[in-house]
Design a protein around this ligand. Structure first.
Ligand code: EPU
Length: 343
């Protein structure tokens, strides 16, 4: 355990903030030992995975714990199915590549998403027509309250239903917030009869560009990687946390009223509601590519806020995001919700 430790290498925005205590754990036993110490000090806890969905707006006066639990295992279920279990600290994209090498299908549309496996259920990561809920079998968690009470059964398993997944949402963002640490996640994947999902328009056109008519899961992954690389900034090069806001869902009546005023407004209808792309709203409000001080909205995807100079503070990024929220609200009467966790 180290004191006054810089978290700059552990957040993909690359902002400077320190933690009063920092420890890296590589096993459940080490995690439990660290938690026992933190409990005696009654310190607030911050669990860090890939750091790809947090914005540190100030120093953290508590115990930051880097979950570096590694390992991938698999269990063949039948001729066409396999359960693949990855520990929380495995890099997400490396897991996707591991599965594709073995020709296990289901994760290919989720190629190149930054972050680690352990945080993937929290916000039900999704891209290009797939969300992890589509292939999720279960996850193993540590119940922090039970651990505090020295309960012997602090390890629990959450199945699909118990996770209550929604769009960028799960129980871990609501009742379960701060109560559980996700230790490993199991996915149910296909071994041969793969479902190829190229419905997301950009994948189809990218496959056409590549001259591929009958895509394999590996081809779909390649197309997704190309699309992402063409418009999303690489966090290793420019600090960012992917989409900063969720795509808002508004009532159909509100959408129809907006359509009269903004005839190009885009929307994906879902019953009495319509999901509107936040990137479009932000661009129309004049923010795409705009920079204030060290922070900017990305020039190719307005929904991504970047640490443009590498010197931004978390507070600057937060304030920039507030200005976007106000501006979109003024123009469209829609309140954007941050997707990134603000610490
Ligand atoms: N758009 C604009 N201007 C922009 C950005 C987007 O007009 O600056 C329009 C596009 O033209 C398009 C629509 O908005 O018609 C949707 O854009 P895109 O396909 O890029 O997807 P998105 O809705 O902006 C979501 C996810 C991404 C995911 C993509 C692909 C959210 C919050 N974001 O973005 O996820 O990669 O779909 O499935 O749902 C992430 O969560 O970090 C992330 C990158």
């Amino acid at each position: 355990m180290q004191e006054n430790f810089s978290l700059k290498p552990f957040n993909t925005f690359g902002v400077e903030a320190s933690a009063r205590y920092f420890s890296e754990v590589t096993s459940i036993e080490e995690l439990i030992e660290t938690l026992k110490f933190s409990n005696t000090q009654t310190l607030p806890l911050l669990f860090i995975g890939g750091g790809s969905n947090i914005l540190l707006t100030k120093d953290f006066d508590g115990s930051a714990i880097l979950l570096n639990l590694k390992g991938i295992s698999e269990e063949i279920i039948d001729e066409n199915h396999v359960l693949v279990t990855a520990k929380a600290g495995e890099n997400w994209h490396q897991l996707v590549m591991y599965c594709l090498e073995k020709n296990y299908g289901g994760l290919e549309n989720l190629s190149l998403i930054p972050g680690n496996v352990g945080t993937s259920p929290m916000q039900n990561i999704g891209a290009y027509g797939t969300e992890i809920k589509d292939v999720f079998e279960s996850c193993k968690v540590l119940n922090l309250e039970k651990l505090k009470q020295c309960h012997t059964e602090a390890l629990e398993v959450f199945n699909l239903e118990k996770c209550r997944f929604g769009y960028r949402d799960s129980i871990f963002k609501h009742e379960g917030k701060g109560k559980y640490v996700i230790l490993e996640v199991t996915f149910r994947l296909t071994r041969k009869d793969h479902t190829i999902d190229v419905e997301y328009g950009a994948i189809k056109s990218e496959l056409e560009n590549l001259g591929i008519k009958k895509p394999t899961i590996q081809d779909v992954s390649k197309a997704v990687i190309n699309i992402r690389q063409s418009k999303l900034p690489d966090p290793k090069v420019i600090g960012n946390a992917g989409s900063f806001f969720k795509n808002p869902t508004i009532p159909l009546s509100q959408f129809e009223a907006l359509k009269l005023k903004f005839e190009n407004i885009q929307g994906y209808p879902n019953g009495d509601f319509v999901k509107v792309p936040a990137g479009w709203l932000i661009e129309q409000a004049g923010w795409k590519g705009r920079q204030i001080g060290n922070v900017a909205s990305h020039k190719l995807q307005a929904l991504v806020i970047i640490n443009a100079t590498g010197n931004a503070t978390g507070k600057e990024i937060f304030d920039f995001s507030s200005e976007i929220i106000n501006s979109v609200n003024e123009k469209f009467g829609i309140e954007l919700e941050r997707e990134v966790n603000i610490i």
